[in-house]
Design a protein around this ligand. Structure first.
Ligand code: SF4
Length: 242
C-alpha cells in the first residue's frame, strides 16, 4: 500500500492492483463491524505485536512498533499480495466492503492515507475482550512473551553472554511454540487463528534480534547470534547445562 505522490496521470482508481500487491491493509476502529459480522474473519488476519519490526508504509522505514497492528494476511506465506486480491479478475474480492485504509488510499493523492494511517488502529483487545478465555490467553502470552522482554534479555545476553539470560530467551521461545500447539491440540482451535491471537511465531521473527535457532526435531536447542559466534558458543554452553 505504498502511496505514490507523483503519479499525476492517474486521477481515479483503475483497480490495477498495484497497492494490493504490496500488502494487505492494517485495520482501524472503523473496520470493527467488518470483523464482528464475519466479513473479515479472524482467520484472514494476523497481528504485528508491539516491539515487532515492521515497515511503516507511509514513511518507508523499518522500525519496532509502538503499538500492535492487525493486518489482512497475504495470499501466500512469505508473499505480499493481499489475500483478497484475485489475479485472474484483477480485482479485490471484497471491494464493496474493503477496509478503511483501502478506501482512503488514492495513489494519485496520498494526503488522506497519510493523515489516517497511524490513527485509531484496531487491536486484539477491541475484538476479544468480551470473549471468555481467549483474551486471558492473549494477555498471558503477552506477559510471558513480549518483544520488550526478548529485546531486554537478548541485549543482556549479547553483552554478558550470561547463561541465565540465554535460558530466559529460550524459555520465551519455547512457551510461544508450546502454547500454539496446546491451543490446537487440546483447545481445538483453528490453526489459522494463531497468527491473529499470538502474532507471528517468535521462532520466525526472533531474527530481528540477530538470533538464529538450531533445533533437534521440534525442540529449539541452541541460540546463535548471527554476528557473534562467541555469543553463540555461550548460549550453546548454557543449553548443555540444562
Ligand atoms: S482488501 Fe481489497 S482493496 Fe484492500 S489491499 Fe486487499 S485486495 Fe486490495
Amino acid at each position: 500500500m505504498t502511496p505514490n505522490r507523483s503519479d499525476k496521470a492517474v486521477q481515479e482508481c483503475r483497480r490495477c492492483g498495484t497497492c494490493c500487491k504490496k500488502g494487505g491493509p492494517a485495520l482501524h476502529v472503523e473496520d470493527r463491524d467488518l470483523v464482528e459480522n464475519g466479513q473479515l474473519p479472524l482467520t484472514d488476519l494476523y497481528t504485528l505485536r508491539r516491539g515487532e519490526m515492521a515497515r511503516d508504509n507511509v514513511r518507508g522505514t523499518l522500525q519496532p512498533l509502538k503499538e500492535e497492528i492487525i493486518k489482512v494476511k497475504a495470499r501466500q506465506a512469505g508473499g505480499w499480495t493481499c489475500r483478497y486480491y484475485a489475479d485472474h479478475r484483477e480485482t479485490c474480492r471484497i471491494y464493496s466492503t474493503r477496509p478503511i485504509e483501502c478506501r482512503a488510499l488514492q495513489c494519485w493523492d496520498t494526503r488522506e492515507i497519510e493523515r489516517m494511517y497511524a490513527l485509531g488502529r484496531l487491536c486484539r483487545k477491541d475484538l476479544l475482550e468480551r470473549l471468555d478465555g481467549l483474551w486471558d490467553l492473549v494477555e498471558e502470552h503477552e506477559r510471558r512473551c513480549s518483544y520488550e522482554k526478548l529485546d531486554r534479555f537478548t541485549r543482556q545476553l549479547k553483552k554478558d553472554g550470561n547463561e541465565i539470560d540465554a535460558d530466559k530467551v529460550l524459555e520465551i521461545l519455547q512457551y510461544d511454540t508450546e502454547l500454539r500447539n496446546l491451543v490446537i491440540e487440546r483447545g481445538g482451535l483453528d490453526p489459522q487463528m494463531l497468527d491473529f491471537l499470538f502474532g507471528r511465531p517468535l521462532a520466525k521473527t526472533v531474527d530481528q534480534f540477530g538470533i538464529r535457532l538450531e533445533r533437534k526435531g521440534a525442540k529449539i536447542t541452541r541460540l546463535v547470534f548471527n554476528a557473534s559466534p562467541a555469543a553463540g558458543r555461550q548460549t550453546d554452553r548454557a543449553k548443555a547445562s540444562k
